[in-house]
Design a protein around this ligand. Structure first.
Ligand SMILES: NC(=O)c1ccc[n+]([C@@H]2O[C@H](COP(=O)([O-])OP(=O)(O)OC[C@H]3O[C@@H](n4cnc5c(N)ncnc54)[C@H](OP(=O)(O)O)[C@@H]3O)[C@@H](O)[C@H]2O)c1
Length: 322
Protein backbone atom coordinates (compact mmCIF):
# COMPACT_ATOMS: atom_id res chain seq x y z
CA UNK A 1 0.00 0.00 0.00
CA UNK A 2 1.63 3.30 -1.07
CA UNK A 3 2.17 5.83 1.71
CA UNK A 4 1.01 9.38 0.97
CA UNK A 5 2.52 12.80 1.55
CA UNK A 6 0.19 15.78 1.18
CA UNK A 7 1.35 19.09 -0.31
CA UNK A 8 -1.01 21.97 0.45
CA UNK A 9 -3.40 22.38 3.35
CA UNK A 10 -6.29 24.23 1.67
CA UNK A 11 -9.97 23.39 1.16
CA UNK A 12 -9.58 20.56 -1.30
CA UNK A 13 -6.74 18.89 0.61
CA UNK A 14 -9.02 18.67 3.62
CA UNK A 15 -11.76 16.95 1.65
CA UNK A 16 -9.48 14.64 -0.32
CA UNK A 17 -7.49 13.54 2.74
CA UNK A 18 -10.74 12.74 4.58
CA UNK A 19 -11.70 10.44 1.68
CA UNK A 20 -8.18 9.00 1.42
CA UNK A 21 -8.33 7.94 5.07
CA UNK A 22 -11.90 6.75 4.46
CA UNK A 23 -10.74 4.26 1.80
CA UNK A 24 -7.97 2.96 4.07
CA UNK A 25 -5.12 5.08 2.64
CA UNK A 26 -2.03 5.66 4.75
CA UNK A 27 -0.97 9.32 5.07
CA UNK A 28 2.44 9.78 6.65
CA UNK A 29 3.25 13.48 6.17
CA UNK A 30 1.86 16.87 5.22
CA UNK A 31 3.59 20.01 3.95
CA UNK A 32 2.18 23.54 4.20
CA UNK A 33 3.67 27.00 3.75
CA UNK A 34 2.87 27.81 7.34
CA UNK A 35 4.20 25.44 10.05
CA UNK A 36 1.15 26.21 12.21
CA UNK A 37 -1.35 25.41 9.44
CA UNK A 38 0.53 22.24 8.51
CA UNK A 39 0.59 21.11 12.16
CA UNK A 40 -3.12 21.91 12.53
CA UNK A 41 -3.94 19.94 9.35
CA UNK A 42 -1.85 17.00 10.63
CA UNK A 43 -3.61 16.98 13.97
CA UNK A 44 -7.08 17.22 12.37
CA UNK A 45 -6.39 14.17 10.19
CA UNK A 46 -4.13 12.18 12.54
CA UNK A 47 -1.07 12.54 10.27
CA UNK A 48 2.15 11.78 12.20
CA UNK A 49 4.47 14.34 10.56
CA UNK A 50 4.06 17.92 9.35
CA UNK A 51 6.57 20.34 7.88
CA UNK A 52 7.01 23.71 6.23
CA UNK A 53 10.20 22.46 4.55
CA UNK A 54 9.12 20.88 1.29
CA UNK A 55 12.54 19.73 0.04
CA UNK A 56 13.24 18.15 3.39
CA UNK A 57 9.82 16.42 3.47
CA UNK A 58 10.38 15.02 -0.01
CA UNK A 59 13.56 13.26 1.16
CA UNK A 60 11.53 11.14 3.59
CA UNK A 61 11.57 7.46 2.80
CA UNK A 62 8.10 6.86 4.30
CA UNK A 63 6.40 8.70 1.39
CA UNK A 64 5.75 6.84 -1.88
CA UNK A 65 3.25 9.20 -3.52
CA UNK A 66 2.43 12.86 -3.06
CA UNK A 67 -0.90 14.57 -3.60
CA UNK A 68 -0.41 18.21 -4.68
CA UNK A 69 -3.21 20.72 -4.03
CA UNK A 70 -1.72 24.19 -4.40
CA UNK A 71 -2.56 26.99 -6.89
CA UNK A 72 -2.25 25.94 -10.51
CA UNK A 73 0.79 28.07 -11.34
CA UNK A 74 2.79 26.11 -8.72
CA UNK A 75 1.81 22.64 -10.03
CA UNK A 76 4.61 22.29 -12.58
CA UNK A 77 7.48 23.24 -10.24
CA UNK A 78 6.19 21.17 -7.31
CA UNK A 79 5.40 18.15 -9.51
CA UNK A 80 8.94 18.26 -10.93
CA UNK A 81 10.39 18.49 -7.39
CA UNK A 82 8.38 15.49 -6.26
CA UNK A 83 9.25 13.40 -9.33
CA UNK A 84 12.93 14.30 -8.92
CA UNK A 85 12.69 13.12 -5.32
CA UNK A 86 11.49 9.75 -6.62
CA UNK A 87 7.82 10.11 -5.60
CA UNK A 88 4.74 9.15 -7.58
CA UNK A 89 2.41 12.14 -8.06
CA UNK A 90 -1.32 12.86 -8.06
CA UNK A 91 -1.70 16.58 -8.86
CA UNK A 92 -4.92 18.57 -8.67
CA UNK A 93 -6.73 19.76 -11.77
CA UNK A 94 -5.77 21.60 -13.86
CA UNK A 95 -2.41 19.83 -14.05
CA UNK A 96 -0.68 22.92 -15.49
CA UNK A 97 -1.27 26.24 -17.21
CA UNK A 98 -0.47 24.96 -20.71
CA UNK A 99 -0.31 21.75 -22.71
CA UNK A 100 3.44 22.32 -23.17
CA UNK A 101 3.89 22.20 -19.38
CA UNK A 102 1.70 19.12 -19.10
CA UNK A 103 3.83 17.41 -21.77
CA UNK A 104 6.97 18.32 -19.87
CA UNK A 105 5.59 16.77 -16.69
CA UNK A 106 4.61 13.48 -18.32
CA UNK A 107 8.01 13.32 -20.08
CA UNK A 108 9.69 13.79 -16.70
CA UNK A 109 7.55 11.11 -15.09
CA UNK A 110 8.55 8.71 -17.86
CA UNK A 111 12.24 9.62 -17.42
CA UNK A 112 12.21 8.93 -13.69
CA UNK A 113 9.83 5.97 -14.06
CA UNK A 114 7.13 7.27 -11.71
CA UNK A 115 3.33 7.40 -11.78
CA UNK A 116 1.73 10.75 -12.65
CA UNK A 117 -1.96 11.66 -12.92
CA UNK A 118 -4.10 14.79 -12.86
CA UNK A 119 -6.76 14.42 -10.16
CA UNK A 120 -9.69 14.33 -12.60
CA UNK A 121 -11.99 12.61 -10.10
CA UNK A 122 -15.00 12.90 -12.46
CA UNK A 123 -13.61 10.07 -14.60
CA UNK A 124 -13.70 7.66 -11.63
CA UNK A 125 -17.20 8.43 -10.31
CA UNK A 126 -19.27 5.23 -10.49
CA UNK A 127 -21.96 7.12 -12.44
CA UNK A 128 -19.54 8.21 -15.16
CA UNK A 129 -17.86 4.81 -15.27
CA UNK A 130 -21.26 3.20 -15.93
CA UNK A 131 -22.30 5.80 -18.54
CA UNK A 132 -18.98 5.57 -20.42
CA UNK A 133 -19.31 1.80 -20.49
CA UNK A 134 -22.94 1.84 -21.68
CA UNK A 135 -22.21 4.45 -24.35
CA UNK A 136 -19.22 2.39 -25.53
CA UNK A 137 -21.61 -0.58 -25.84
CA UNK A 138 -23.75 1.50 -28.19
CA UNK A 139 -26.83 2.18 -26.05
CA UNK A 140 -27.36 5.65 -27.54
CA UNK A 141 -25.67 4.86 -30.86
CA UNK A 142 -22.71 6.85 -32.16
CA UNK A 143 -22.26 10.01 -30.06
CA UNK A 144 -22.91 13.14 -32.14
CA UNK A 145 -22.92 15.95 -29.56
CA UNK A 146 -22.22 16.95 -25.98
CA UNK A 147 -23.73 19.86 -24.05
CA UNK A 148 -22.36 20.80 -20.63
CA UNK A 149 -22.06 23.89 -18.43
CA UNK A 150 -20.60 24.73 -15.03
CA UNK A 151 -21.36 28.23 -13.79
CA UNK A 152 -21.42 29.34 -10.17
CA UNK A 153 -21.23 33.00 -9.04
CA UNK A 154 -18.53 32.49 -6.42
CA UNK A 155 -15.81 34.66 -7.92
CA UNK A 156 -13.67 36.09 -6.54
CA UNK A 157 -13.06 33.57 -3.78
CA UNK A 158 -10.58 35.10 -1.37
CA UNK A 159 -7.05 34.37 -2.56
CA UNK A 160 -8.19 32.29 -5.53
CA UNK A 161 -8.32 32.77 -9.28
CA UNK A 162 -5.89 35.65 -9.16
CA UNK A 163 -4.14 36.14 -12.49
CA UNK A 164 -0.77 36.05 -10.70
CA UNK A 165 -1.64 32.52 -9.49
CA UNK A 166 -2.57 31.32 -12.95
CA UNK A 167 -6.23 31.85 -12.07
CA UNK A 168 -8.64 31.11 -14.90
CA UNK A 169 -12.29 30.11 -14.73
CA UNK A 170 -12.09 27.95 -17.85
CA UNK A 171 -9.12 26.06 -16.43
CA UNK A 172 -10.78 25.78 -12.99
CA UNK A 173 -14.41 25.01 -14.00
CA UNK A 174 -14.50 24.76 -17.79
CA UNK A 175 -12.11 21.82 -17.50
CA UNK A 176 -15.06 19.60 -16.51
CA UNK A 177 -17.26 20.29 -19.57
CA UNK A 178 -14.19 20.11 -21.82
CA UNK A 179 -13.06 16.80 -20.32
CA UNK A 180 -16.58 15.34 -20.70
CA UNK A 181 -16.62 16.36 -24.38
CA UNK A 182 -13.20 14.80 -24.96
CA UNK A 183 -14.37 11.44 -23.56
CA UNK A 184 -16.95 11.03 -26.29
CA UNK A 185 -15.75 13.17 -29.19
CA UNK A 186 -11.95 13.35 -28.81
CA UNK A 187 -9.87 16.33 -29.89
CA UNK A 188 -11.82 18.98 -31.82
CA UNK A 189 -10.85 20.01 -35.32
CA UNK A 190 -12.08 23.54 -34.71
CA UNK A 191 -12.58 25.60 -31.54
CA UNK A 192 -14.53 28.85 -31.37
CA UNK A 193 -14.90 30.56 -28.01
CA UNK A 194 -15.78 33.87 -26.49
CA UNK A 195 -16.10 35.17 -22.95
CA UNK A 196 -15.70 37.95 -20.45
CA UNK A 197 -12.20 38.84 -19.24
CA UNK A 198 -11.56 41.22 -16.36
CA UNK A 199 -8.21 42.08 -14.75
CA UNK A 200 -6.55 39.24 -16.63
CA UNK A 201 -8.99 36.54 -15.48
CA UNK A 202 -11.48 34.94 -17.87
CA UNK A 203 -14.59 35.25 -15.69
CA UNK A 204 -16.96 33.36 -17.96
CA UNK A 205 -17.06 31.89 -21.41
CA UNK A 206 -18.66 29.56 -23.90
CA UNK A 207 -17.26 27.47 -26.72
CA UNK A 208 -18.30 25.31 -29.64
CA UNK A 209 -15.93 22.43 -30.39
CA UNK A 210 -16.40 21.03 -33.88
CA UNK A 211 -15.21 17.68 -35.19
CA UNK A 212 -14.34 16.59 -38.70
CA UNK A 213 -17.29 14.14 -38.82
CA UNK A 214 -19.81 16.86 -37.87
CA UNK A 215 -19.90 16.00 -34.17
CA UNK A 216 -19.87 19.02 -31.87
CA UNK A 217 -19.86 20.15 -28.25
CA UNK A 218 -21.48 23.26 -26.80
CA UNK A 219 -19.86 24.15 -23.51
CA UNK A 220 -20.08 27.04 -21.04
CA UNK A 221 -18.54 27.99 -17.69
CA UNK A 222 -18.67 30.96 -15.37
CA UNK A 223 -17.41 32.23 -12.05
CA UNK A 224 -19.87 35.12 -11.92
CA UNK A 225 -23.33 33.68 -12.68
CA UNK A 226 -25.17 30.41 -12.55
CA UNK A 227 -25.19 28.27 -15.64
CA UNK A 228 -27.22 25.06 -15.60
CA UNK A 229 -25.00 22.49 -13.89
CA UNK A 230 -26.22 19.55 -15.96
CA UNK A 231 -24.83 17.88 -19.06
CA UNK A 232 -26.17 15.82 -21.97
CA UNK A 233 -24.56 13.36 -24.35
CA UNK A 234 -26.58 12.72 -27.51
CA UNK A 235 -26.27 10.03 -30.12
CA UNK A 236 -27.93 8.57 -33.17
CA UNK A 237 -30.31 6.38 -31.12
CA UNK A 238 -30.92 8.39 -27.95
CA UNK A 239 -29.38 10.64 -25.33
CA UNK A 240 -28.30 10.77 -21.70
CA UNK A 241 -28.90 13.69 -19.35
CA UNK A 242 -26.57 13.91 -16.34
CA UNK A 243 -28.23 15.82 -13.51
CA UNK A 244 -26.53 18.63 -11.56
CA UNK A 245 -23.78 18.63 -10.54
CA UNK A 246 -22.88 16.66 -13.64
CA UNK A 247 -19.17 16.34 -12.77
CA UNK A 248 -19.79 15.02 -9.26
CA UNK A 249 -21.78 11.93 -10.20
CA UNK A 250 -25.22 11.21 -8.76
CA UNK A 251 -28.07 10.76 -11.19
CA UNK A 252 -28.58 10.42 -14.92
CA UNK A 253 -31.46 9.60 -17.26
CA UNK A 254 -30.98 7.41 -20.30
CA UNK A 255 -33.41 8.19 -23.11
CA UNK A 256 -32.86 5.18 -25.38
CA UNK A 257 -34.00 1.67 -26.20
CA UNK A 258 -37.71 2.17 -26.96
CA UNK A 259 -40.16 4.97 -27.76
CA UNK A 260 -41.47 4.76 -24.19
CA UNK A 261 -37.96 5.13 -22.76
CA UNK A 262 -36.94 7.87 -25.23
CA UNK A 263 -39.98 10.14 -24.99
CA UNK A 264 -41.79 9.41 -21.72
CA UNK A 265 -39.99 7.30 -19.17
CA UNK A 266 -36.18 7.39 -19.36
CA UNK A 267 -34.22 4.86 -17.38
CA UNK A 268 -32.87 6.41 -14.19
CA UNK A 269 -29.33 5.59 -13.15
CA UNK A 270 -28.32 6.49 -9.60
CA UNK A 271 -25.01 6.32 -7.79
CA UNK A 272 -25.22 8.26 -4.51
CA UNK A 273 -22.00 10.01 -3.62
CA UNK A 274 -19.90 8.40 -0.87
CA UNK A 275 -17.96 10.80 1.39
CA UNK A 276 -16.75 13.80 -0.60
CA UNK A 277 -16.69 11.75 -3.81
CA UNK A 278 -12.92 11.36 -4.23
CA UNK A 279 -12.69 7.78 -2.91
CA UNK A 280 -13.07 5.97 -6.26
CA UNK A 281 -10.26 8.02 -7.84
CA UNK A 282 -8.00 7.55 -4.82
CA UNK A 283 -8.58 3.79 -4.77
CA UNK A 284 -7.86 3.61 -8.50
CA UNK A 285 -4.58 5.51 -8.02
CA UNK A 286 -3.56 3.25 -5.11
CA UNK A 287 -4.28 0.15 -7.21
CA UNK A 288 -2.41 1.53 -10.23
CA UNK A 289 0.68 2.38 -8.16
CA UNK A 290 0.56 -1.03 -6.45
CA UNK A 291 0.37 -2.66 -9.89
CA UNK A 292 3.46 -0.73 -11.05
CA UNK A 293 1.55 1.37 -13.60
CA UNK A 294 2.96 4.77 -14.57
CA UNK A 295 -0.27 6.29 -15.91
CA UNK A 296 -3.90 5.46 -15.28
CA UNK A 297 -5.59 4.25 -18.47
CA UNK A 298 -8.80 6.14 -17.58
CA UNK A 299 -7.05 9.52 -17.34
CA UNK A 300 -3.72 9.06 -19.04
CA UNK A 301 -1.07 11.46 -20.34
CA UNK A 302 -2.58 11.64 -23.83
CA UNK A 303 -6.06 12.57 -22.56
CA UNK A 304 -4.71 15.07 -20.03
CA UNK A 305 -2.50 16.80 -22.61
CA UNK A 306 -5.29 16.86 -25.20
CA UNK A 307 -7.78 18.44 -22.77
CA UNK A 308 -5.17 20.99 -21.66
CA UNK A 309 -4.48 21.83 -25.31
CA UNK A 310 -8.20 22.45 -25.88
CA UNK A 311 -8.27 24.74 -22.82
CA UNK A 312 -5.27 26.59 -24.34
CA UNK A 313 -7.13 27.01 -27.65
CA UNK A 314 -10.27 28.26 -25.88
CA UNK A 315 -8.29 30.81 -23.87
CA UNK A 316 -6.42 31.95 -26.97
CA UNK A 317 -9.72 32.44 -28.80
CA UNK A 318 -11.27 34.36 -25.89
CA UNK A 319 -8.19 36.58 -25.60
CA UNK A 320 -8.00 37.29 -29.32
CA UNK A 321 -11.66 38.37 -29.33
CA UNK A 322 -11.02 41.02 -26.63
N1 LIG B 1 -10.97 18.25 -7.44
C1 LIG B 1 -11.75 19.18 -6.93
O1 LIG B 1 -12.94 18.95 -6.67
C2 LIG B 1 -11.19 20.53 -6.66
C3 LIG B 1 -11.95 21.47 -5.94
C4 LIG B 1 -11.36 22.68 -5.63
C5 LIG B 1 -10.06 22.96 -6.04
N2 LIG B 1 -9.36 22.03 -6.76
C6 LIG B 1 -7.98 22.32 -7.19
O2 LIG B 1 -7.11 22.16 -6.07
C7 LIG B 1 -6.07 23.13 -6.11
C8 LIG B 1 -6.08 23.93 -4.82
O3 LIG B 1 -7.33 24.54 -4.67
P1 LIG B 1 -7.94 24.89 -3.23
O4 LIG B 1 -9.36 25.30 -3.49
O5 LIG B 1 -7.70 23.84 -2.22
O6 LIG B 1 -7.07 26.19 -2.87
P2 LIG B 1 -6.79 26.84 -1.47
O7 LIG B 1 -7.87 26.53 -0.48
O8 LIG B 1 -6.48 28.27 -1.73
O9 LIG B 1 -5.46 26.10 -0.97
C9 LIG B 1 -4.28 26.26 -1.66
C10 LIG B 1 -3.13 25.71 -0.82
O10 LIG B 1 -1.94 26.02 -1.53
C11 LIG B 1 -1.08 26.80 -0.71
N3 LIG B 1 -0.39 27.80 -1.50
C12 LIG B 1 -0.83 29.02 -1.89
N4 LIG B 1 0.12 29.65 -2.64
C13 LIG B 1 1.16 28.79 -2.70
C14 LIG B 1 2.43 28.85 -3.32
N5 LIG B 1 2.81 29.91 -4.03
N6 LIG B 1 3.27 27.79 -3.18
C15 LIG B 1 2.89 26.71 -2.48
N7 LIG B 1 1.69 26.60 -1.86
C16 LIG B 1 0.84 27.63 -1.97
C17 LIG B 1 -1.98 27.45 0.33
O11 LIG B 1 -1.19 27.72 1.45
P3 LIG B 1 -1.61 28.77 2.59
O12 LIG B 1 -2.59 28.04 3.45
O13 LIG B 1 -0.31 29.07 3.26
O14 LIG B 1 -2.21 29.96 1.89
C18 LIG B 1 -3.02 26.35 0.55
O15 LIG B 1 -2.52 25.39 1.45
C19 LIG B 1 -6.30 23.94 -7.40
O16 LIG B 1 -5.54 23.37 -8.44
C20 LIG B 1 -7.78 23.73 -7.68
O17 LIG B 1 -8.11 23.82 -9.06
C21 LIG B 1 -9.89 20.83 -7.05
Amino acid sequence: MPRWGIIGTGDISDRVVADLLGVGGEVTAVWGRSPARAADFASRHGIPYSSAGRAEMLTRTDIDIVYIATPVDTHTAITLEALDAGKHVLVEKPIATSAAEAELLFAKARDVDRFLMEAMWMRFNPLHVELIDRIARGEIGAVRSVRASFGTPFHPRPGKERPEDGGSIVRDRGIYPVTLAHWFLGEPAHVSADGVVSDGVDLSGHATLEHADGGFAQLAWSGVEFLDLSAAVSGERGWITIDPMFWAGGNARIHAGSAERIFRDPERVMHPRVGNGYGPMLLAVIEAVEAGEREHPWHDAATTIAVTATLDRILADISSAR
